[in-house]
Write a protein that binds this ligand. Sequence first.
Ligand code: 5AD
Ligand code: SF4
Length: 428
Amino acid sequence: MNIHESEKIAGTLQAMGYTECDNEEDADVIVFNTCCIRDNAEKRALGNIGAIKHIKKSKPELILAVVGCMTQQDGAGLNLRQKYPYVDIVLGTNNLAELNNAILRIKNSGKKSVLIDPNERPEVLEGELKYRTSGCNAWLNIMYGCNNFCTYCIVPYVRGRERSRKMQNVLDEFKTLVDQGYKEITLLGQNVNSYGHDLNDGSNFAKLLEEISKIEGKHRVRFMTSHPKDLNRDVIDIIADSKNICNNIHLPIQSGSNKILKLMNRHYTREYYLETIDAIKAKIPNCGITTDLMVGFPYEEEEDFEDTLDIVRKVKYSSAFTFIYSVRKGTKASLMPQVPPEVSKDRIKRLIAEQNKITKELSKGYECKVYEVLCEDNAPKKVGYVCGRTDSGRLVTFEGSSDLIGQFVNVKINKSQSASLFGEIVEE
Ligand code: 5AD
Ligand code: SF4
């Protein structure tokens, strides 16, 4: 979501005549696109803003903007202006379209700009400018905001309520991306399964996926993120039946303990979640299932954590994003008693070790088999090698030149090493 928002910021700057430069010292405009989902994201953003002070000092005409989630928190805009007075522009998540005007205002009159949303129901913008940076992959917003108010999460406060784009607009953008040659398109929303509910025109995620699956061409479709309470069987069926929609579902469980799930306000139980997983595995046998897991949520005891480990063993995720719970001011969980940091640190280590075992075991299952891989990039630090993903979302490295980027190739997996797969191109 944030990467794509940065692409929109870059699109605005490009339309104003700016071009990308290699280092900060050469820049005429620097925009920090921030995230505040966890404390460390926020600290990093503030650290980066602080680190730029010397450049602004020696080059006062440099325009500095701070935008995105972090600015939307209560009092954050003012706080930023007080602690970092050299920042020229502060914009909230839904004011990005104002970047152009804010820059012109500074250039013409030297006046600083601070614009933060009231966070109600801003209109859904269409036709935003984009400067895409992800090679043959493209991100596509289908909706914005979230209504779920999980008790640990800041997102509904900083991004506002759910707003869906009209289905026709999403389909039009999708077709344009296919025509432009993008090979993998990822549909984005905080909770894609509730897509369309706010439109009151009968649109929903299953219908959107169905329409998307009818669009001709050799390309892949992924989507994120699904909420387990809303991922229904229609969606599973469409993924199973469509050749273009990848067999890959990101289904964040957060915790395997019913007690913790209730405290998190997640609206599902571990039993309900496991039923959904069984339905996915029955319909889509080779589905890559990934998740988000959190440890150290308030009131989490050893037995709750054991329930999380148990879910990890039962589901066998191909990979998992693991987090230590981080207190976010203004959320319900911030008022609950906190788990000592050393307990959380011990649990996350054990959780990662358990997941790594499973990833390694699943990787072995790929060996000696042939998979269709979309070649996406040069392999990092390995000259003469490229990398790409299987339909299930696993990263594969193989010998080849950059001419292959954007092409589908068949790759035989020769070796696996933890999460990494290594192979060679083979004929059909
Ligand atoms: N602390 C830790 N992790 C969090 N996430 C969201 N809020 C918090 C928080 N306060 C994680 C969840 C979510 C992912 C995007 O970030 O696991 O699914
Ligand atoms: Fe946050 Fe929950 Fe909404 Fe995800 S569904 S963005 S975790 S409130």
